[in-house]
Design a protein around this ligand. Sequence first.
Ligand SMILES: NC(=O)c1ccc[n+]([C@@H]2O[C@H](COP(=O)([O-])OP(=O)(O)OC[C@H]3O[C@@H](n4cnc5c(N)ncnc54)[C@H](OP(=O)(O)O)[C@@H]3O)[C@@H](O)[C@H]2O)c1
Length: 322
Amino acid sequence: MKAAVFTTYGPPDVVHEADVDTPVPGPNQVLVRVHAATVTAADSAFRSGTPRYARLFAGLRRPKKSVLGTEFAGEVSAVGAAVTRYAVGDKVFGATDVGLGAHAEYVCVKEDGPLATLPNGLGYAEAATLVDGTALAFLRDHAKLHNGQSILINGASGSVGVQAVQFARYFGADITAVCSGAGAELVTRLGADRVIDYTRTDFTNEDRTYDVIFDVAGTSSFSRCRRLLRRGGRYLTTVPSLAIMVQAPWTAVLGSRRAVIAFTGLRPVAAKVKDLALVKELAEAGRIIPVIDQTVPLARVADAYRHLDRRGKRGTTVLDLR
Ligand SMILES: NC(=O)c1ccc[n+]([C@@H]2O[C@H](COP(=O)([O-])OP(=O)(O)OC[C@H]3O[C@@H](n4cnc5c(N)ncnc54)[C@H](OP(=O)(O)O)[C@@H]3O)[C@@H](O)[C@H]2O)c1
């Protein structure tokens, strides 16, 4: 089968199309013919090997896994002997959990992992963009966001950000979105009440206060945002730093305002399965919509990574593997 392969850390060009062995499903696995998979900031980090401490898990000298990619959508093409929930021909979407490997024509996943039939009315590329549960887990489980609260989302037009805006609207919050001007119309359409263009205004210098600040871009800090948080407010970020690692535990016990970091890819499989079911339900009801930034064919996979490094993202980049 064809796959997007890399064998050394580096710039986008280290990833290229190549032939690799097609995986064979185990007894409890399904083999999916992947039609679309997301290319995310996490894939970029694995590809470049930065931050360098990530190499402790990804491989010290060279990457342990040569095919990246987590979220996918496609068609079941074979099933293991003990599989009961899926049959050949089922259209599915899901995640490879921590195993990566979705940037390939075929991937094997467990039938009881984060996998579900495609939401009615959505295509493969659209469905793949909805699999990542980062925004939902942060806003519901860590921010405890609820009706009537106010939230600022920094990095609102990117892959996680467009979902965060939509889930914040779903939870009934008043939303301030921070992104560059290119994403302003998009985030407004998705539910933002106001937009701050970070290329013109530093939101940390403003006087408005919030119950929740969700920094997806990782360009602010708890220290700079603390005065913008209301009493009991929470600052959350998807991007780890030494400071937040120290601040999170002590503010959880002593702080009137909390700093929170979480790693949603590491949450229990059962939680991911439940969230995927909710996402499917909300997508079918039109409560959340997929936002595809651009679709890139496998032969030009390096372009997908180049795009992620540029300013002006509007949703999720998708790799087309049909
Ligand atoms: N901890 C976790 O569990 C977890 C899970 C998923 C992702 N992540 C991390 O979360 C981060 C974001 O992921 P993503 O997929 O959403 O990335 P993305 O698609 O590249 O989006 C990044 C967003 O940040 C914006 N941005 C860039 N510089 C900014 C600045 N100075 N101020 C405000 N906004 C700025 C971008 O806007 P422009 O394009 O207009 O510049 C874009 O909207 C990545 O670092 C990823 O590794 C962590």
